[in-house]
Write a protein that binds this ligand. Structure first.
Ligand SMILES: Nc1ncnc2c1ncn2[C@@H]1O[C@H](COP(=O)(O)OP(=O)(O)OP(=O)(O)O)[C@@H](O)[C@H]1O
Ligand SMILES: [Mg+2]
Length: 248
């Protein structure tokens, strides 16, 4: 077991994880950790391996080698539903809402998947996402893309996870919706939920997170405090291809 300084295991720890698809290995030895209540981002270009890393954590890939621990438990052989039950919420890139159910029904369904008894109430979640409160009787399928994204994140939170994995939460969202989402996520991260999020919007991720990893072709190229990465022009240019003008 991989202990933190205070004797508690970190919320998430990956050690030299190698994984991929039938086409071959995509992750060539990923080592990362998320401490209790910590906010960590994983940045990288298209195809760097961000989604694959999250899928490996969720047990959605045949893990090839390495070790994945959640709260000190080796989850390498656990099926996805057991990992979810142990307190890992996963909001995948593709928004999986129930289109024929209302917003409210989509959220209450998540209660059944709760990993622990106490967690946010519907009202808590509506105060984080006021738009959803107004839309609670609307059918999921009629929501805009941004609203559906809010709903999937809200649903992830309703499962009362100790760790929330968010895969590019801002993808395809208009700037004004990104700002709404940022406000909601800032409030989430003041609770004791640890967050691991992947992003291509570097400024968004760094303003939200304590620590960052940069992934390139299935390998970690940088690890450090968010503020350090913000000033590291070499890493930003080389692996994220964001000149100052493009960051956002
Ligand atoms: N289901 C799959 N089967 C085969 N190869 C895949 C599969 N999913 C992803 N890959 C490959 O694995 C590599 C990493 O993909 P991944 O989806 O993890 O990247 P990503 O960092 O999430 O990119 P993006 O920012 O575009 O979402 C890519 O080369 C991709 O083509
Ligand atoms: Mg991806």
């Amino acid at each position: 077991m991989n202990k933190e300084k205070n004797g508690q295991a970190p919320t998430l720890s990956l050690q030299d994880v190698r994984a991929g698809y039938d086409i071959g290995e995509v992750l060539h030895g990923i080592t990362l950790r998320v401490g209790r209540g910590e906010r960590v981002c994983m940045l990288g270009r298209n195809g760097a391996g961000k989604t694959t890393t999250l899928r490996a954590i969720m047990g959605l890939l045949p893990q090839r080698a390495g070790r994945i621990e959640v709260n000190g438990n080796d989850v390498g052989k656990w099926p996805a539903h057991r990992i979810a039950r142990s307190g890992v919420g996963y909001v995948p890139e593709e928004r999986r809402i129930f289109p024929t159910l209302t917003v409210r029904e989509n959220l209450t369904l998540a209660l059944a998947a709760r990993s622990q008894r106490n967690g946010p109430s519907l009202d808590d979640v509506f105060s984080l996402f006021p738009n959803l409160a107004t839309l609670q009787r609307a059918r999921g399928g009629n929501l805009s893309g941004g609203e559906q994204q809010m709903l999937t994140i809200a649903r992830g939170l309703m499962t009362a996870p100790g760790l929330l994995l968010l895969d590019e939460p801002t993808e395809g969202l208009a700037p004004v919706v990104v700002a709404d989402l940022q406000r909601a996520l800032e409030q989430i991260v003041t609770t004791d939920v640890a967050v691991l999020l992947t992003e291509q919007k570097v400024d968004f991720a760094l303003s939200l997170c304590d620590r960052a990893y940069v992934l390139d072709r299935g390998e970690i190229r940088f690890e450090g405090p968010a503020g350090e990465l913000r000033n590291n022009e070499r890493v930003l240019d080389e692996y994220l291809a964001v000149g100052a003008a493009q960051r956002g």
